[in-house]
Design a protein around this ligand. Structure first.
Ligand SMILES: Nc1nc2c(ncn2[C@@H]2O[C@H](COP(=O)(O)OP(=O)(O)OP(=O)(O)O)[C@@H](O)[C@H]2O)c(=O)[nH]1
Ligand SMILES: [Mg+2]
Length: 578
């Protein structure tokens, strides 16, 4: 199914065209029919020859009902833009067109109607110039041009993108009513994803269940976007549901009252939207306080929370002022308390202002802004968590630069301490989870976690640590002159002490009784690589200023690490460690 909204000035013949195309009366209310004017949204559908079903959301053209108009236009992927041949481009033609542009609706058709009343040439030229979509001339009264209009609709719908059927659902409710015996029913335009009978959904934060579904008046077990859909909800009072609310796939959306947005930089939009405005998105219209941040960006504070995503298009409107299109850049923006915070935020958003193309922040950027974020939250913001290069642990993603900084701070925090509780480290680092502290520790030897504490050292007995500390100055000047058995015994480096210290990464044990300080092996490989030629064991002994007792097991050790390589019985080469 495809869904198309009408648009155009009052009385230009939108409802007449929908009626002629579908045989269904879109003006549902007596008052509408009495006044010959659409007040609220109307719904009708037909099947196109050789194409699928197409549903129309018929909107009112009168200036007083722009909010209703926007509730219909908000979620649709395509528009039938109607201009009367005998009236041409009028005020609401302009306003509706601005709304179409602001919402980024790219697909549509221009119908110049009432062609029986006047030569459509001038209106076609005037409107065609502005709209730039394929155009047809038609008469809702005589039926002239309806065949061509149907063929043009077929071409239009064939070119519409297919939404992802597995995407999370955000159904903007445009009607809610009670059906006797069934209970509360809500309707909307499903723009992505799939709805099934029995699905759990969120309505204003509460879990509800889909009791039954209808599409174009027929009961169905499941509906895939794009579609007009009626959802019968189990255990929901009609009074709780109104236009502008949403049915959401659980755990997939973030409701927010604050969002940072890019402002459309179109000249006909005026400089800036007023401070008190109304945000229109989907079928919702919500009061919005607009705080300019930098050129082309603003912070919106909404009258009630909305499930917004990075990249969402919406518009700001105040009666009597031009419409301003906005694109959501951040749905969890930082508080602006400190002096200069607004400027800093504007600088962060500057790469995404108009004139930089149509970019919106990707996962990596949002992660950089946030530092630490749950995978699911990033996804709910509209970003692909797998697209971001990230550190972290478990469900937590951490910006790599932030991770390095945290690791550094953890090192400082625990240095020279007897071991601070993991939770204390978590608090000091401002992290949301112990898991992250543990991951930082694991990536920073010789730190370790034991008994719920971060151990700065090695976890070794003091006697072993003391013995290693005694060895250290001896090897400072001659790192490859490993002490002999007698000296090791004097230092207190028993076989067991050496084994423990080697496991903790403080010593390198090359062979029984042959011990160097940690790092001496890779340093040796670098020195040998610097020779710049194949070398013998004797060459290595000289280069490293040591003895056969050390150099033979050292070279074997380096062979095992892959830092040196035998060429034949005599010669080796060194591949320097990074
Ligand atoms: N002669 C003639 N009259 C038409 C044609 N299309 C619509 N009309 C008449 O124009 C008037 C307005 O038509 P509607 O279809 O209600 O216009 P609308 O655009 O839906 O108006 P709103 O919903 O109030 O914005 C009605 O009296 C129609 O009968 C047409 O092609 N030819
Ligand atoms: Mg109408």
């Amino acid at each position: 199914m495809h869904v198309i909204a009408t648009a155009g000035h009052v009385d230009h013949g939108k409802s007449t065209l929908v009626r002629a195309l579908t045989g269904i009366e879109p003006d549902r209310w007596d008052e509408e029919r009495r006044r010959g004017m659409t007040i609220d949204l109307g719904f009708a559908w037909t099947t196109l020859d050789g194409g699928g079903q197409v549903a129309f959301v018929d909107v009112p053209g009168h200036a007083r009902f722009v909010t209703n108009m926007l509730a219909g236009l908000g979620p649709v992927p395509a528009v039938l833009f109607v201009v009367a041949a005998d009236q041409g481009w009028q005020a609401q033609s302009q306003e509706h067109w601005e709304a179409v542009r602001a919402l980024g609706v790219e697909h549509g058709l221009l119908a110049v109607t009432r062609c029986d009343l006047m030569d459509p040439g001038p209106a076609l030229e005037e409107a065609g110039e502005r709209v730039g979509w394929p155009a047809v001339t038609v008469s809702g009264a005589t039926g002239d041009g309806l065949g061509e209009l149907r063929r043009a609709l077929l071409r239009l719908t064939a070119g519409l993108p297919t939404p992802d059927p597995r995407a999370p659902v955000r159904l903007w409710i445009d009607r809610a009513f009670t059906v006797k015996g069934a209970g509360t029913v809500v309707t909307g335009t499903l723009t992505a994803g799939t709805l099934r009978v029995g699905d759990p959904l969120l309505l204003a934060g509460e879990r509800v269940r889909v009791k039954a579904l209808q599409a174009l008046g027929e009961p169905v077990g499941e509906v895939t976007a794009t579609a007009r859909v009626a959802v019968n909800l189990r255990g929901v009072e009609r009074a709780r549901t109104t236009r502008g609310m949403t049915l959401l796939t659980p755990d997939s959306w973030l409701e927010t009252e604050v969002a940072d947005v890019r402002l459309d930089a179109r000249s006909d939009v005026g400089d800036r939207p007023p401070r008190e405005s109304v945000l229109h998105i989907g079928s919702a219209s919500v009061p919005a306080r607009v705080r300019p941040l930098g050129p082309g960006t603003a912070r919106l504070t909404l009258g009630r929370p909305l499930p917004l995503r990075v990249g969402d298009r919406a518009l700001l409107r105040t009666s009597g002022r031009p419409i301003a299109g906005v694109r959501v850049l951040d749905v969890r923006p930082p508080a602006l308390r400190r002096a200069g915070a607004a400027g800093a935020r504007a600088a962060q958003l500057a790469p995404f202002t108009a004139g930089t193309g149509d970019r919106v922040p990707e996962a990596e950027t949002v992660l950089r802004w946030r530092g630490v974020v749950r995978r699911a939250e990033l996804a709910a913001m509209g970003c692909d968590p797998d697209a971001a290069e990230a550190s972290g642990a478990g469900e937590w993603l951490v910006d790599p630069a932030r991770w390095a900084e945290l690791s550094e701070r953890l090192g400082e925090l625990v240095a020279g301490q007897p071991g601070i509780p993991v939770d204390a480290a978590r608090t000091a680092l401002g992290l949301p989870s112990r898991e992250l502290v543990e991951a930082l520790v694991a990536a920073r030897p010789p730190l370790s976690v034991a008994d719920g504490r971060v151990d700065a050292g090695t976890g070794l007995p003091d006697s072993v640590l003391a013995a290693v500390e005694r060895l250290r100055p001896e090897l400072a000047a001659a790192p490859y002159q490993a002490p002999g058995a007698a000296r090791l015994a004097e230092l207190g480096l028993t076989t067991r002490a050496v084994a423990l210290a080697a496991r903790a990464g403080l010593l390198v044990r090359l062979a029984d009784g042959v011990v160097l300080l940690a790092g001496a092996d890779t340093a040796a490989a670098r020195l040998l690589a610097a020779l710049g030629r194949p070398f013998t064991a004797a060459d290595a002994r000289t280069a490293l200023d040591t003895t056969r007792r050390v150099v033979i097991p050292l070279l074997e050790h380096l062979d095992r690490l892959g830092l040196t390589r035998r060429l034949d019985d005599r010669l080796r080469v060194a591949d320097p460690p990074p």
